[in-house]
Design a protein around this ligand. Sequence first.
Ligand SMILES: Nc1nc2c(c(=O)[nH]1)N[C@H]1C(S)=C(S)[C@@H](COP(=O)(O)O)O[C@H]1N2
Ligand SMILES: [Mo]
Length: 527
Amino acid sequence: MSAHRLPIFILAGAVATLIYFGAAEFIAAAVAVTSAPLLILGRAVIPLTPTALIKVAIALFGTHDKLALVITIAVVGTILGGLIGWIGLRRRGLSLVLLIGLGILPLVLTLGTGGGVIDMLPTLGGVVLGTAGFLGLIRLGDRGTAVSEGTSVSEGEQVEEPSAPDGAPDRRTFFGVAGGLGALGIAAIAAGQSTAVLARSAAGTVTKLLLPRPATSAPEIPAGADLDIDGLAPIVTARDDFYRIDTALIPPAVSAQTWSLRIHGMVEEEVTITMDELLALPLEEHYLTLTCVSNEVGGDLVGNAKWLGYPVRELLARARPQAGADMVLSTSDDGFTASTPLEALTDDRDALLAVGMNGDPLPREHGFPARLVVPGLYGFVSATKWVTELEVTRFADKQAYWTTRGWSTHGPILVASRVDVPRAGARVESRDGGGIVTAGMAWAQHTGIAEVQVRFDSGDWHTAELSEELTVDTWRQWRFVADDLDKGTHTVTVRATDADGNVQISQHRPPIPGSATGLHDRQFTVV
Ligand SMILES: Nc1nc2c(c(=O)[nH]1)N[C@H]1C(S)=C(S)[C@@H](COP(=O)(O)O)O[C@H]1N2
Ligand SMILES: [Mo]
């Protein structure tokens, strides 16, 4: 007979979990958005997740990887709730201990992070309502089962409710109520998470900052810098199209008023600079193409923007790094860290403490109010967003966020290229004398692109036309028009050579630890 009660207990446990998460989201929306258990658990899970799995998640879900994580936690939690319900069939006390114990786990995880009583409300409210839901559902379910099965209830389990005249409707009531409460919980989770997704993409909410005119302006974009081909990435990436990589579940909301940057460690003099002081300095504007080390061959984790900021070199000169130091560990408000070779921040390249992007203050998701950008290095070792600290140190002494997860320490950018046009699988028309247009992007930040070559199928390499170079720190477009392609399916492959003569590596290698290699190709059909 307990076989009959089993689904009731499992369902009660699962629904209790949905009530817990849902009620907590609801309360969090009212009192403290970032204190919902799902977000707290998500934040706790990320550092424990193997890098390989994170990369798979990013590949699968792109910038929805955070949402995927939260949904996974909700599903796993619900399954766990079902298991606890099952335990409750035999040992109700133990199931309650587990339910409440796991329920308050988010409180334990946030101990010592400076949250107040308000931040505890979502979790506590969720636990109370979830537990009440569990007990209430079991009661309701037992009433139906007891009747439909006569009166035999296992030893040690007493059914308090008097039998209803007819068991079947009671059982139906149970499933109806359980289903309804479960749906309500899911709806509350969905509503809460849409608020979180909004918060993740929230732009402009805290980015009120009046930028001064640059003391040094970026060069005008030469007319020939953009080949203006349909389907080809533009030379300057619009803010909303700019890729994003964050380890934070929600981008930190850092106030420009209270922000400051502290330079310390192996320095003669500790330096702290506030936003007012920073904005009063002669700011420079530079174009710089940012790339992510985890970009796959042909991927789009690369973008070019005009950054406004102050040279990091000048700030470090104030602090006077000591002999023996070879690295700057930059720390974000969210705890992320990057290890940048000291030399890249003190030589003549335009490494900036940036406050502006494409003429506006940094969007919140790109690091408001201040971040680093360093020509020639992948973002994970240089482009710290919401940066608050620069510690001058040594590679031998400190490791950065991604280095502790198997990625490299230094992260210089490798010469790379990709095909944008034609689209993959495109059917293109060959018009008399017109030829087939192929085009794409190539980058080798701080070295510059010297040549791009394309090949059709296994034919010879042809030199492509290059757009005019904006600066050596930015990407360039390439175009090649093929005049002699037969009708049918073809593959175009691209490879670039940088100004130092390094030819793009053609061997396929995964992104970890120091960037993917291999040549990008595209298949298309001439009709
Ligand atoms: N605080 C913080 N800064 C960060 C990151 C991060 O996760 N957190 N990601 C880094 C990585 S891996 C890259 S490639 C760039 C991406 O910058 P974007 O999101 O503005 O494009 O930021 C870097 N700075
Ligand atoms: Mo990155």
